[in-house]
Design a protein around this ligand. Structure first.
Ligand code: ADP
Length: 492
């Protein structure tokens, strides 16, 4: 959940969708593990509300439920008394992650049961909460939770939630019951490992509705190698809804992290943000600011940013190639990224050592929400060269901050970015697209973007104004979620 426990786009979605539903008059509580790494000062009105026990592996674990408010949104934090969710990061702690999320899935339902709370809808995300629909239909629905219905959002199908039968049994279900093709048996191991289940697949089968995060990704998943047959079997309850962005959190006109504010009507502040970031990071920046005016000469050097988890999905070979190529083109590039794998971290550290003292490239290997806001605001272009991308928020946030997207045509990127050189698209054209996964394809898009930036400054500026004003907010798509909630809820 952004901003307190955000790793990637899922965190933005949880916050943004919750806010959009609240604004439409619905009651929303987000349930979150009380990760030890959460900065408690970012939670207001934090209070212990329930002390209860929840089952795990033969024991009832004493558990606390706290209530608090984050960015105006009510949150219930589940805090088990064992080692689960301890550590300095949201993911990758020294506890068993699979078991921790199995515990969490049950502890949420157990909390509803002991508190006598029956929401209309329980909305779960990813494999981590994939066991909740199983627990609901095969256990809690026979206890006191009659009313809720369950919806699952798949943010990324690569994360499958592999789980052995005996591990699933630790949450109190009989794992062997789910080891069939029509339930949770892992499609990849059918025929040779009946022990292995997939929590994501179980979640798909047992939820009343399943959503993925863009229409194009929906089509891609229906042709995928592993879960396609399950998704096809459940096609009538499977939907593709584009993610929105939380425009309260992402607003260049009010953003507290920016040295100057701007909007589609007045983009002057954006030039100052660029200058500020260039100076702050020691990148070459021509001209000196006098008053509020930045001389246009310094604006001839396009600044490209790439803000991303550094994992293969994101097109790492294309990101590293872009670093070289953008420098050759006389542009500047800033990468803000964090790798979870030591090999990729090593490679990017090496690149940082090579480039970070020069005038045009900065590679910042960290996670920083604050810096991400400043970089989107400073950027002329935002690069998203993903190999696959279920929705992608980086291009949407970039546009909201006046950065023109340069993206690979896949998943949600294909649904939100339309090429400037495609004559049939003039009205909605907002960026530069390439299709191949090779360096040449990326070069072609960057060449066109740089030429446009340098040769047609007036058109470039109007495109900047245009992309800032595109409505990619939850206002547009939250209604589609609400329609689905409404179609599956039990009417009393
Ligand atoms: P994914 O969910 O696959 O990570 P998205 O594009 O949907 O990709 O969402 C990424 C989100 O995470 C965006 O809000 C982006 O700004 C943010 N982000 C990614 N890496 C970093 C980082 N190193 N520092 C700050 N924010 C980051």
């Amino acid at each position: 959940m952004a901003p307190i426990a955000k790793v990637g786009g899922l965190g933005d979605v949880v916050t943004g969708l919750a806010r959009a539903c609240l604004l439409r008059g619905h009651t929303v509580d987000i349930m979150l593990p009380f990760y030890e790494c959460i900065q408690k000062q970012q939670i207001s009105d934090l209070a212990l509300i329930t002390v209860y026990n929840s089952y795990h592996d033969g024991n009832w674990i004493p558990t606390n439920a706290h209530r608090g408010v984050v960015s105006g949104i009510p949150v219930i934090f589940i805090e088990p008394s064992n080692e689960f969710f301890k550590g300095q990061h949201v993911y990758g702690g020294s506890y068993n992650e699979l078991e921790a999320y199995l515990f969490f899935s049950r502890a949420c339902l157990e909390w509803m049961q002991v508190s006598g709370i029956q929401p209309d809808i329980i909305h779960v995300h990813e494999w981590q909460t994939g066991a909740l629909p199983l627990l609901f239909w095969d256990m809690y629905q026979y206890l006191s939770l009659k009313k809720p219905r369950v919806i699952l959002t798949i943010h990324n199908m690569e994360h499958y939630g592999e789980c052995r039968q005996e591990q699933l049994s630790k949450c109190g279900l009989d794992g062997s019951v789910y080891a069939t093709i029509d339930k949770a048996l892992d499609d990849r191991t059918i025929g040779h490992n009946p022990e292995r289940l997939s929590l994501l697949k179980g979640g798909i089968v047992y939820s009343n509705a399943v959503v993925t995060v863009s229409p194009t990704y929906l089509k891609e998943t229906l042709c995928s190698r592993w879960l396609a047959s399950t998704l096809i079997a459940h096609r009538d309850k499977y939907f593709g809804i584009l993610n929105g962005i939380d425009t309260a959190m992402w607003n260049p006109a009010t953003d507290v992290f920016l040295p100057a504010k701007f909007s589609g009507q007045n983009i002057e502040g954006k030039k100052l943000c660029k200058h500020y970031v260039q100076r702050g990071l020691g990148l070459a920046s021509e001209g000196i600011i006098s008053g509020n005016n930045v001389p246009d000469t310094m604006l001839k050097v396009p600044l490209v940013v790439c803000i991303s988890r550094l994992v293969p999905q994101k097109g790492l070979h294309l990101i590293t190639h872009a670093i070289k190529y953008i420098e050759e083109l006389g542009g500047q590039m800033i990468v803000l990224g964090k790798a979870s794998d030591s090999r990729f971290e090593g490679e990017f550290k090496h690149l940082a050592e090579l480039h970070n003292h020069g005038p045009s490239i900065r590679i910042l290997l960290m996670y920083s929400e604050e810096l991400s806001h400043m970089l989107y605001a400073a950027a002329d272009m935002v690069l998203v060269p993903s190999i696959y991308e279920p929705c992608g928020l980086s291009q949407l946030i970039g546009m909201r901050y006046g950065a023109i997207p340069v993206v690979r045509k896949t998943g949600g990127l294909a649904d939100t970015v339309f090429d400037m050189d495609d004559q049939s698209n003039c009205e909605i054209a907002n960026g530069f697209i390439f299709e191949g996964v090779d360096e040449g394809s990326l070069n072609w898009a960057l060449d066109r973007a740089f030429a446009y930036y340098r040769d047609k400054p007036d058109e470039w500026n109007s495109t900047v104004q245009k992309v800032i004003e595109i409505d990619n907010s939850w206002n547009k798509t939250a209604g589609e979620y609400i329609k689905i909630y409404d179609s599956i809820r039990v009417r009393s």
